[in-house]
Design a binder for this molecule. Structure first.
Ligand SMILES: Cc1ncc(COP(=O)(O)O)c(C=O)c1O
Length: 397
């Protein structure tokens, strides 16, 4: 945009994308302000409160003076707790010095792209996938190469197809398991074959494991970093937002190969100096304290998942696979005669249900919508009723 003064944003701003959940939320809130009833199924955020012992730890930390800068990679107690947790839950042997505490898991993505990708490089990203991978890639003048993820393949990428997309310009591969927006999970066999490709083509891998503990039906979480040849090329992205219902605390972390410690150090120092100190004290309590709240959230998420999948499959024209992890459903809605974008728009305005179009996550999910079931069962039942009545009305109209 050019103003009358000739002042303008940098040209590179035309290459950045967005995360439409935030923009759609603002539109939904504007409708609510006009008195409309809207059920919010658009945002990927647990509706639970952060566990009480975590909040207490952060409150105490404030009173104890944790109001100053922390060391730039994070407070030692948290880096140690993360290294121990990563060993316990992912089987990854990491030294605390490989751990960087960031502002949200999003920080880890930003540093991976800024630190590893040159203009003209190619970055392989899941499609549908978390939109920020692509947005930041194009922002730095690189090309995002979509890896199609399809419902017919249980929302797992097809490794042969991935192999066909790799070129001499490929630099970084993003994987996300369990996945946003599909709830798909890569199997150990998938990950083994992906790891072989990464080694063969000398790719960095960013493994977004932010939903690694939100897994159902006894599914195991496998980190690609544990597979042969991967420790030196994998950046693990994880954080506190989803597992511990701590979205507003803005805490994520990276576990990086030794060779990337200086890269992450420079980028953290240049951008945030450090993540908030008292919040980090709370995060230590989250990792080392009782895990009952996490377990209880999982039980509730599973019940909601089952409610949503069954309810959606009862609606003519909608087909919904059962997500294996995370808290999203990504139903195919082509049978309604509308595209995902049309259905999302009309559900918001005509039925009072806010969901996202599949295309918010790339071009492949045109006939899908994303529903976040991080909402109460009462609200989910009401939303399913509204969606069902709306779709039925389409048939009559
Ligand atoms: C796949 C994925 N990765 C990372 C994030 C970033 O989360 P945060 O920055 O809150 O840690 C999100 C949030 O929605 C996500 O869905």
């Amino acid at each position: 945009m050019t103003t009358s003064t000739g002042l303008r944003p940098a040209a590179r701003m035309s290459a950045i994308g967005t995360e439409s959940a935030f923009e759609v939320s603002a539109r939904a809130r504007a409708l609510e302000a006009e008195g409309r009833s809207i059920i919010h199924l658009q945002i990927g955020e647990p509706d639970f409160d952060t566990p009480a012992h975590v909040r207490e730890a952060a409150k105490r930390a404030l009173d104890d003076g944790a109001t100053h800068y922390a060391p730039f990679p994070g407070i030692p107690a948290l880096r140690e707790a993360i290294a121990a947790d990563v060993q316990l839950r992912k089987g990854v042997a990491a030294d605390p010095k490989q751990v960087f505490v960031t502002v949200g898991g999003k920080g880890v993505m930003l540093y991976a792209i800024l630190g590893l990708v040159d203009p003209g490089d190619e970055v392989l990203v899941p499609d549908p996938g978390y939109p920020i991978y692509e947005s930041l890639t194009t922002f730095v003048g690189a090309t995002a190469v979509p890896i199609p993820i399809r419902m017919e393949n249980d929302f797992r990428l097809d490794v042969d197809e991935l192999a066909s997309l790799i070129t001499p310009r490929s630099r970084v591969l993003f994987i996300n398991s369990p996945a946003n927006p599909t709830g798909g999970v890569l199997t150990r066999d998938d990950l083994t074959r992906i790891a072989e490709l990464a080694v063969e083509h000398d790719l960095w891998v960013v493994s977004d494991e932010i939903y690694g503990r939100i897994l159902y039906d006894g599914e195991e979480h496998v980190s690609i970093a544990t597979l042969p040849g991967m420790a030196e090329r994998t950046i693990i992205l994880d954080g506190f937002s989803k597992t511990f219902a701590m979205t507003g605390w803005r805490l994520g972390y990276a576990v990086v190969p030794e060779s990337l410690i200086p890269t992450y150090a420079q980028l953290v120092i240049n951008t945030i100096s450090c993540a908030p100190t008292f919040a980090q004290v709370g995060a230590v309590a989250a990792l080392t304290g009782p895990q009952d709240d996490v377990e209880a959230m999982l039980v509730e998420f599973k019940a909601r998942r089952d409610l949503v999948v069954a309810g959606l499959n009862d609606i003519p024209g909608i087909r919904c696979a059962t997500p294996v992890g995370a808290f999203y459903a990504f139903p195919s809605i082509g049978g309604t005669g509308l595209s995902g974008a049309e259905l999302a728009e009309r559900l918001l305005h005509e039925a009072g249900v806010c969901v996202l179009a599949g295309t918010a996550f790339g071009g492949v999910g045109t006939d899908h919508i994303r529903i976040s079931y991080a909402n109460s069962r009462d609200n989910l039942s009401e939303a399913l009723g509204r969606i069902g009545r709306f779709v039925e009305g389409l048939g009559r109209g």
